[in-house]
Design a protein around this ligand. Structure first.
Ligand code: SF4
Length: 587
């Protein structure tokens, strides 16, 4: 009853910006594996929901992880998790489709299945009347293996064309037995049927080979769309409860031209694609009818063609445009002025590393002079608060690079204070490096927790000397879990199942659970679960078969390796020129 009452209150507060249809005979529940206020702030979730809703063959509902105060009632109250709008048990649907943007939500996928009364493992559902369980989203692009034993079918890539194709095949194969229908669905480009792939491990634990029992090649060709302008990706359902409740969100681009070596978005979405300025302006104007703030979403917003004009146009219409992230050297005086006039009192700049040397290692293509100039321009134009985003624990990092984080902030503050303009809040956001699949740093380990903690203390003590700078440091323990689910293979699945069974949800609880598993793995009679350190703090060999190698991202592995070598020698690579470059294989 509790979950129903809250869902009805939430539905009453929602505003849907399109005509909803009753849909057809395929009952699909789209599941966001985290709480409602995060799911409704996720453009990927909103976009795929709209795609399924506009398909007359599909009747769509939504489901979310219950809020913390609801969870015990759902678990112990004898009532399974219900869908959001219809209030139906999730096991009633034909298809449960998980939209997973963040790999740390893999644990919540298992929690949701448990709350729905659905057996976690695919093998335990075989031959019984459960929904088809599918998953897609950006986390799945990178590495679906940690949840491969729990999901029937993955859709790897962008959903705009793949989702309708999947539905058409699902409907056409209606009369086939379950296994034959699944085999047929595997013909959708981008579909990955994990039951056809059998990993085999070496005695030292490394992946030896993957035995494939399907037709064709054991490769999954991830799916992208070429022209973003053919599809709208903006807020579709507004609610004040979303974490971006005051904003109308508009996607400006996919991918990134800069090729920072730690960043998954810069590699998995290659080649970079932008929406046209006309398209963005039209969406912004549509959004201004609903909200005063337009949130522009993408990996790097200062390079978006025509962005300064769009900021100015939104301001003239009485609104404010809030870009998700800006590369310092791409902030033109016109853009800085437009942002300040626009009422953006706070701007985030992401140097990522403090020293020139480290910025070359990570291929930031950004000099200190450019960072300082960007900060001067924004303060000069009236932006009050500055936030700087840095990483620690990066490959090739030394202590002097870490100390340079505080030194760089000090030099920026000295320059901006000399301008005699009021500088409000200055925040340094410090984030442990998490190695991501499909990046040049995919082979590198996450740094040990103790070393990261020492580096945080080092930065804190140097920032304290500057005065007036807030430090916001992300927990290395949370980064550890993120690395485990980023770089893990199928053997991480049982670890997640145990954490879910023990109801470990908060970062501290997850960390304690992982430490216990690690101790058990080292005991004289070790448990069958692997030591999580094997996936987190181990350097993967360059010639090692990686758990995600079977996905074809159209990026040559040798290119990633050559970028890793260039990082070691502090050599940078020029940003993408999609008109003539073919070097990485994506264009
Ligand atoms: S081929 Fe060149 S331009 Fe295209 S994504 Fe790769 S590096 Fe960038």
């Amino acid at each position: 009853m509790f979950q129903r009452k809250r869902a009805l209150e939430r539905i009453a507060r929602e505003k849907t910006l399109y005509e909803r249809s009753r849909g057809g005979d395929i009952h699909l529940c789209l599941v966001y594996p985290n709480v409602y206020r995060l799911g409704m702030a996720n453009l990927g979730f909103q976009a795929v929901h709209r795609i399924f809703e506009s398909d007359p063959r599909v009747a769509v509902d939504r489901a979310f992880l219950p809020d913390a105060d609801e969870r015990e009632a759902v678990r112990d109250g004898g009532e399974p998790l219900l869908s959001f709008e219809g209030g139906r048990p999730l096991s009633d649907f034909n298809i449960l489709a998980f939209s997973v943007s963040f790999e740390t939500d893999y644990l919540n996928v298992l929690t949701i299945l448990t709350m729905a009364g659905i057996p976690l493992r695919r093998a335990d559902r075989a031959g019984r009347n459960y929904p088809l369980i599918i998953a897609g989203g950006s986390a799945i692009f990178l590495n679906p293996e940690p949840i491969a034993d729990f999901i029937d079918l993955f859709l790897v890539g962008e959903g705009e064309e793949m989702a309708p194709e999947f539905i058409a095949r699902y409907q056409a194969a209606e009369t086939l037995p379950h296994d034959e229908r699944l085999a047929d669905l595997a013909n959708v480009q981008g579909a990955y049927l994990p039951s056809l792939f059998f990993p085999v491990y070496q005695p030292d634990g490394r992946l030896q080979t993957v035995v494939y029992s399907g037709a064709g090649k054991p490769r999954v060709n991830r799916r992208l769309i070429r022209d973003l302008n053919r599809f709208t990706t903006s807020s579709q359902i507004l609610t004040p409860e979303s974490v971006f409740g005051d904003m109308f969100l508009v996607e400006a681009s996919r991918g990134c031209q800069w090729g920072c070596r730690f960043c998954a978005a810069g590699f998995m979405y290659r080649p970079i694609r932008y929406r046209s300025p006309e398209n963005l302006l039209a969406e912004a104007n549509r959004g201004l009818a609903e909200r005063g703030v337009i949130g522009l979403v993408g990996a790097e917003m200062a390079s978006v063609p025509g962005v300064a004009g769009i900021v100015a146009a939104v301001a003239s219409a009485g609104g404010r445009l809030s870009p998700s992230s800006l590369k310092a050297d791409c902030i033109s005086p016109v853009l800085a002025a437009a942002l300040a006039r626009n009422g953006n009192h706070s701007v985030t700049v992401a140097p990522e590393a403090g020293s020139e040397r480290m910025r070359k290692v990570i291929n930031k293509n950004l000099s200190e002079a450019e960072i300082v100039h960007a900060a001067e321009m924004m303060i000069g134009e009236g932006v009050e608060n500055l936030k700087f985003y840095f990483m620690i624990g990066l490959p090739e990092e030394r202590d002097e690079d870490v100390i340079e984080i505080a030194a760089l902030v000090g030099r920026i503050l000295a320059r901006t204070r000399a301008m005699h303009r009021p500088v409000g809040r200055v925040t340094v956001s410090l984030n442990p490096f998490v190695p991501k699949p499909w990046t040049p740093f995919q082979w590198d380990p996450m740094e040990e927790i103790a070393a990261l903690k020492r580096k945080i203390v080092l930065v804190r003590s140097h920032l304290a000397r500057l005065g007036g700078v807030e430090l916001d440091a992300e927990s290395p323990r949370e980064a550890y879990f993120q690395t485990l689910v980023s770089r893990g293979d199928r053997r991480v699945g049982p670890i997640l199942a145990r954490l879910a069974a023990e109801r470990r949800e908060l970062p501290g609880e997850i960390w304690q659970g992982l430490r216990t598993i690690s101790r058990e793995a080292a005991a004289p009679n070790p448990s069958p679960l692997p030591d999580p350190d094997f996936f987190v703090t181990r350097r993967y060999a360059h010639d090692e078969l990686l758990p995600w190698d079977f996905i074809d991202h159209h990026i040559d592995k040798w290119f990633l390796l050559s970028e890793r070598k260039k990082a070691h020698f502090e050599h940078q690579t020029r940003p993408c020129d999609v008109t003539r470059c073919t070097v990485c294989g994506a264009c």
